[in-house]
Design a protein around this ligand. Sequence first.
Ligand code: FEO
Length: 387
Amino acid sequence: MNKTETIKYIGVDDHITDLFEGQYPIPQGISYNSYLILDEKIAVMDTVDMHFSTEWLDKIDSLCPKHPPDFLVVHHMEPDHSAAICLFMEKYPEATLVTSQKSLVFIKQFFGVDFSSRCITVKEGDHLTLGLHTLQFIEAPMVHWPEVLMTYEENSQTLFSGDAFGTFGIHNENWADEAARYYFGIVGKYGMQVQKVLNKLTFLSIRTICSLHGPRLTTDIDTYLNLYHTWSAYEPEKSGIVIAYTSMYGNTQTAVRKLAQLLKEKQMEVRLFDLSRDEMTNVVAEAFRYDTLILATPTYNGGLFPYMHTFINHLTERNYQNRRIAFLENGSWAPTAAKTMKKMLEACKNITFCETIVTIRSALSEESHAQLLMLAEELSNTTPAPK
Ligand code: FEO
């Protein structure tokens, strides 16, 4: 048996849940990944969502019918991964839980059960030998909860990475798109903490990454690590412009479509999103991936059209920074949206606001069309992100 054949996938696919964490649409489903390491001692790495616990326990049974698992390693006590802990511990009364001290507290909070007497709590640098395999534990606080651990299995050079490098979807054709939506949605606020963990990983030789969601990554490991470095440093991954807009009667939409056309004529990449209709969590991820953002919205109730307000909140609570931003506002009698948007974003670090603000009075006019031309000119003649 080679090194990787001893690490068996026992995860499950969820095609039932519509909203992950009650807010992220997952039309392509999601996987809850769990692994079983066969050795002198058998370790199960994480559990699954409660709805799939029977399927998961059956998989464990079929792989080790005679020798029950010795350890259950819990990297992260969020219920998408850890709902089946009690069922496992009940079914395998000789098994020992391996997790962080904080996780043990969370387990008691969630399930009302204290596993202290059946638990090894581990911290940074601790090791657990299974036989040929040795687990080395790495603390990864806030990636994505404070109790999170990663495990590096030394023999196979496999990193069990918790939520990091995870994706929505099950059979993704493009890892980066769903991984970005997962990263910026779930972990994006904690870039500094992700950077700290990435620094620790530079000392390891990693051949395989097993995240809690999405595919097992076995090739081009540096590509994934580098993308995570870019994302967690809040650096733009791509050069180009995301236009996020809302429109009530189509006039703001007409204006941003015209602006997009002008920018494309200047050879700039443009992604146009209608915040009322396009998936918000996807637009948030795209705003973080590109270097320039244009926000366009009608003034509404003296503030912002609601979807725009929500969108900007998503950005600011995830520490949006290091970008160039331009505004387009619409208002029939008191257009104030640009001022409101700027105020919401002023606390973000290292933002360059474009000088040109496009103000539309109800519908595009000769004057506001001229402002579109000026903005397109400014965007093509200035540096996207401050250095
Ligand atoms: Fe996949 Fe933080 O849960």
